[in-house]
Design a protein around this ligand. Structure first.
Ligand code: MN
Length: 498
């Protein structure tokens, strides 16, 4: 459900033939060693593939065009071992369309004080070769990531690893297809947006379907399939009857199992990887999809509530960026619900009517069946849990009318001081950086929405780099944020991003 392709990253070393064949041989040997060690580090989430040294316009242009057309190539890493005259790169760079990392490194870590001579100097010139190259990329206005340091340094390897996940988000963005089941909730502003512009900027396809088309797919699911899935639920989750009759409870749960299977089949058949619903427009569905959506999100589908297709696409992308991550803590749609404003204990209780992804759960997950208090359907079954502790990021992609802005807030997730036994929904609880007071003030000035795409497993830097690659503004709210600085940044950005 997540990454379908076996992504790899190409390692392209820049050089020239001015210093003779022997020098070029060393360049190739050094690059091979670096690529080998990077792959053996166990730190990179994707394989690095060594390409022949790039020394002429023709080879550079051909290599970048091959990278464009190779479906499994998710990006190119460039390093100029020696000086590589940057005009040779213009045509290749002009035609290149994938993520680009400039690894500013050199083969040796230390200056070889006793033996260094001019031959060594000519062969190991990244300090100025990479500057020549970087100048051209800047002059051409090409978005890229620069990572500086010795290639054997774990910090450098971790930066490359982190960028690789950003690159996946960039590459995969244009494959995200969001299914809108019914329209947005009436009168709500932040779930709206320009879908044509979203396709231009992010590559997303956002299509609406009448709710009863997907409801028919739900009705077509056989009773035996539903029963088997309900058995799986009862095996996996705690059942909290809370006074309900067991058979009636199970019937309610079965409705969600049928929705899960019917929705998933419909999404697969039509090739969508994200979905939105709206509690006010459910057609012939018997319950608002709750448990069903939670399960689909856990499988990797993006989700947004009340027609929020921007959140659905962002959740999907963030799940793709964290795919296969060891010790991942989870990614979900969330909503700012209510505050704790007690001094020293400030935080925002995050929840939704139902649809929080269980990937962020900490400890046991239960099924409850409770009235919704909104809409006109049966009491929906839902998964209830509390979320993990630790750092995370809350992101909100907003449409400002003439452009998009991505707001990224570092948050500290905590346990609430006391349990909330009467609250029948999954929750997270966090304090935004730098504090609730400044974080919420900054979020509101920036125009952030109440729905967020949240993850424990990515950094603000990764999402900011993703936004830069998409050509949109990113606003960071973190421990360094001050209101005066943020408001100035918003003013300046409004001039830059027209
Ligand atoms: Mn909502």
């Amino acid at each position: 459900m997540l990454l379908q392709k076996d992504y790899k990253f190409w390692f392209c070393t820049g050089s020239q033939d001015l210093y003779g064949e022997e020098c070029l041989q060393h360049v190739a040997e050094h690059s091979a060693i670096i690529v080998d060690r990077l792959n053996q580090s166990g730190i990179l989430p994707f394989e690095v593939v060594l390409k022949p040294t790039l020394i002429t316009n023709e080879v550079i242009r051909r290599t970048f065009n091959e990278a464009n057309t190779d479906e499994n190539c998710a990006g190119v890493i460039v390093w100029c071992h020696t000086f590589s005259p940057a005009k040779s790169w213009i045509l290749g760079l002009q035609e290149y369309r994938k993520p680009l990392l400039h690894l500013h490194t050199q083969f040796n870590q230390e200056i070889p004080y006793d033996t260094i001579d001019m031959d060594f100097m000519n062969e190991n010139q990244a300090a100025h070769g990479d500057r020549e190259w970087g100048h051209m990329v800047t002059r051409m206005g090409i978005e890229r990531k620069v990572v500086v340091g010795h290639w054997s340094d774990e910090r450098v390897q971790k930066k490359i690893a982190s960028w690789m996940r950003t690159a996946i988000g960039i590459i995969e963005s244009s494959h995200v297809r969001v299914m809108r089941v019914a329209d947005n909730m009436r009168n709500v502003a932040v779930t709206e947006g320009d879908k044509v512009e979203a396709q231009l900027k992010f590559g997303w396809e956002v299509d609406a379907y009448p709710v009863n088309e997907i409801a028919q797919s739900v009705e077509a699911v056989s009773a035996s399939d539903v029963n088997a899935l309900v058995d799986e639920y009862y095996e996996k989750y705690d059942i909290l009857l809370e006074g309900r009759e067991p058979a009636e409870f199970r019937r309610h749960v079965a409705v969600q199992a049928q929705i899960e299977l019917g929705f998933e089949r419909f999404l697969q058949e039509k090739n969508y990887q994200a979905i939105v619903t709206h509690f006010g427009d459910l057609g012939s569905l018997k319950q608002l999809p709750g448990l069903a959506i939670q399960r689909l999100e856990e499988k990797g589908y993006g989700f947004g509530a009340e027609g929020d297709w921007k959140v659905a696409a962002m959740v999907r992308i963030m799940k793709l960026m964290t795919a296969g991550m060891k010790d991942a803590k989870g990614t979900s749609m969330l909503e700012d619900y209510t505050y704790n404003l007690v001094p020293g204990k400030e935080g925002i209780l995050q929840a939704h009517m139902l649809e929080i992804c269980p990937s962020i759960a900490d400890g046991p997950i239960s099924i409850k069946c409770q009235p919704l208090t909104m809409g006109d359907r049966e009491d929906p079954a839902r998964l209830v849990f509390t979320a993990k502790e630790g750092r995370g990021i809350a992101t909100s992609l907003v449409d400002l009318g003439n452009r998009f802005r991505l707001i990224i807030n570092d948050v500290d997730c905590k346990k609430t001081e006391k349990p909330m036994p009467k609250l029948p929904v999954a929750t997270n609880f966090w304090t935004p950086k730098p504090s609730l007071e400044v974080g919420a003030e900054a979020w509101i000035y920036a125009g952030g929405a109440h729905h967020t795409a949240f993850t424990y497993d990515l950094t603000a830097e990764q999402m900011g780099d993703w936004a830069a690659a998409m050509g949109i503004e990113a606003v960071f709210i973190d421990e360094n944020t001050t209101i005066r600085q943020l408001r100035n940044e918003l003013r300046w950005n409004s001039v830059y991003y027209r």
